[in-house]
Design a protein around this ligand. Structure first.
Ligand SMILES: NC(=O)c1ccc[n+]([C@@H]2O[C@H](COP(=O)([O-])OP(=O)(O)OC[C@H]3O[C@@H](n4cnc5c(N)ncnc54)[C@H](OP(=O)(O)O)[C@@H]3O)[C@@H](O)[C@H]2O)c1
Length: 269
């Protein structure tokens, strides 16, 4: 018999995950909403059939996934607690909220904390995951679900905040990078109808090479592209002069600090 999954909060990440699971997971999936703002989040008519406003939907769920903003997490947990069965696995994707914070409200629950990214929608997320009090059989089931969203790495919980900053937010900085390439491409005369396609395939190809050639350092991979006096050298010189590595480092550090602060939202615990 199919297992029952209830996703609480029909926002952006819930949509990415649910739209993928509806296509490839063997499960009965419900999405608990509290307002109709989900209609602005890209839910297609077929996917909207999974959306419910009935708080009792969480009853008898094999797994309840919490996909609300960190600031809404504690109210949401308190609201659903009366309907929740102690047999339900709780899986949180909320940035910065720790397993022990969830456990203070739900002391007897099996809890999983995970950090996927928006590429879950097409099965290309990179996802960090930590388990607490979860038996092997349940762990295998959760891992099989998360594997449908992309590449999964089990890790100690304290790494999930940096994971959030680097790889949860990561697609956004890749898109910023693509925007910069596309702007330059247009300045250099590449028509807009080609520039996004070319830039996206280039990032995809370079990333695949970094994965496949993992015995080579990134400096070695850079060296393979640079010819003395050539275009790459000219580009790298300007990036170096502008301190691009430092800019990226500072930006990612800010994201890391923010991820740690998110768990400190005002709560009743
Ligand atoms: N976006 C990402 O790429 C990403 C990636 C990894 C993890 N996350 C994490 O996922 C969580 C959600 O992020 P998001 O970007 O998807 O946010 P979002 O688009 O704002 O979605 C949050 C949703 O939760 C709903 N909600 C809040 N309280 C609720 C309740 N008690 N019952 C039912 N629904 C409730 C909100 O409904 P209303 O519209 O009615 O307020 C909204 O639809 C965050 O904790 C974030 O850290 C996000």
């Amino acid at each position: 018999m199919s297992k029952k999954i209830v996703v609480v909060g029909p926002g952006n990440i819930a949509h990415a995950i649910v739209s993928r699971w509806l296509q490839v997971a063997d499960a009965e999936i419900y999405v608990l909403a509290r307002s109709k703002t989900y209609l602005t989040k890209g839910w297609r008519p077929r996917e909207q059939q999974a959306v419910t406003f009935d708080q009792n939907a969480v009853t008898n769920a094999d797994m309840v996934m919490l996909a609300v903003k960190p600031k809404d997490m504690f109210t949401t947990l308190e609201q659903m607690k009366p309907q929740l069965s102690s047999a339900s696995i709780i899986l949180s994707v909320a940035a910065g909220i720790t397993i022990s914070q969830i456990r203070q409200i739900l002391p007897n629950q099996r809890i999983v904390r995970t950090m996927p990214n928006i590429c879950s929608e097409i099965g290309t997320s990179v996802t960090g995951i930590s388990f607490d009090n979860v038996a092997d059989e349940d762990k295998s089931w959760i891992l099989s679900l998360m594997n449908l969203l992309g590449h999964v790495v089990e890790m100690p919980e304290h790494l999930l905040n940096p994971m959030t900053a680097l790889y949860g937010s990561g697609p956004a900085y890749v898109y910023v990078f693509l925007q910069a390439i596309i702007r330059a491409a247009e300045d250099l005369g590449i028509p807009p109808e080609h520039s996004r396609e070319l830039a996206s395939y280039m990032v995809l190809g370079a990333s695949q090479k970094a994965l496949i050639d993992n015995d080579k350092s990134l400096d070695q991979l850079i060296d393979q592209v640079v010819s003395p006096g050539g275009t790459t050298e000219a580009m790298l010189r300007v990036l170096d002069q502008l301190g691009w590595q430092d800019i990226m480092h500072q930006a990612l550090k800010a994201a890391g600090e923010k991820a740690s602060q998110l768990g400190a939202v005002p709560s009743r615990i």
